[in-house]
Design a protein around this ligand. Sequence first.
Ligand code: FAD
Length: 423
Amino acid sequence: MIAIIGGGAAGMFAALCILTQNPCAKVMVIEKMDRVGKKLLATGNGCCNFTNINMREKNFHGSDTKAAWNIIENFPPLNVIRFFESIGIFSVTEDNGRVYPYSYQAQAVLDCLRFKLASLGARIVTGTAIKRIKKEGGHFYLQPDSGNEIKCEKVVIACGGASYKSLGSNGSGFELLKTLGHTITKLSPALTQLKTETEHIKSLEGIKLNAVLRVYGTPECNNIFEGEEELFCEQGDLLFANYGISGPPALAASALLHENEGRCLTARLDFMPEYTEREVTGILHERIKLLKDTVMEDFFTGMLNKRLGLVILKRAGAGKLSQKSSVLEENAVNAEKLAGLIKNFSLKVTGTKGFENSQVTAGGALLSEFNGKTLESKIIKGLYAAGEVLDVYGDCGGYNLHWAFASSYAAALALCAGEQKGK
Ligand SMILES: Cc1cc2nc3c(=O)[nH]c(=O)nc-3n(C[C@H](O)[C@H](O)[C@H](O)COP(=O)(O)OP(=O)(O)OC[C@H]3O[C@@H](n4cnc5c(N)ncnc54)[C@H](O)[C@@H]3O)c2cc1C
């Protein structure tokens, strides 16, 4: 029997692939939650962005992206789309390459996976967490939190990472693999919101703006310009919150904290990316002339989000906003200073919102300790790993579910070949 620990995206997909190729295989999926696929329901804001047709090696991160990419190349996006089609999921591909079920319902994806698993005869055991695994005399013995030991010939660890405990994965897959001799690389939350200094953005809470987010790293926090290096640059919708910033660029930048421990990180926001700083300065000079008799409070109305305009004036030290805008040319607060803030609104990054709010876990079981084609452990024969438990994670946009599917397909293919040989 093949036991798959974890009934998430990777575990369910592995079971399906094994049973589609070998309907006689005995497969048991063991899930600690009361039902399988809880996280899948939360993906893509409940719409399930299950792959992306624009897939490159650079979309994946970890200790060995080349090895991860080889696995993905053997099961590219089109294969995932076709597989889903074969179980009844008609899909839609958006302009940015993201692929969703046509119904935009994650529940539909989960239902189709569950129906197919049932029709192929997979045994699903829920409400059972595996606490320990031992191997003796060619068999694995899985010890659950309650009930009897489970004996099997092969095991797939598909327990996910340590993100969003409420949806199931709590890092227990790392513990299981560690006790079996595997190395677990440094773990950190990725694809999560950024915490920043909040003094200047308190009044922006709830605002969504299209902007460029750049993140710079410096060796020392008291001099954010000395030795600074641009680490990240992405344009997209940014959402201001009471703790800092959210939205796709902020989520994508969050892993930088993992990669740049000990460095001081500063976020710089560009609110007018289509224009250079010089052009913005020119626009503002003209605007000051045009609106010289308008009170400063209304100076940015029609150009920037009203609340953002006020924050920029305040941060520039414009004084009483009931004064006429003409004072902007007379003051130290002038077009140049305002343009500088519009193009380079800097905020010190203080952290992330942590594992509880992160979509994925960076780090995990060291990929090089698994066969690059089959994902069988090089340490323990018959042990496989798939999905987020491995030290691979992808960008936001369907890459993580794709990794879960492609890695479980690799393991499933090898397990079927093994089963056939064993007969
Ligand atoms: C809010 C949110 C939105 C996301 N949106 C997207 C998206 O749109 N597109 C995308 O590509 N990715 C998205 N992701 C990431 C994606 O969901 C994960 O990368 C993917 O689910 C990983 O699959 P997995 O099977 O490896 O792990 P999981 O889906 O986490 O499944 C692991 C399963 O194992 C079970 N388990 C853990 N330990 C044990 C144990 N000891 N015994 C038994 N069972 C155990 C868990 O309960 C869980 O059900 C999102 C993540 C979150 C949190």
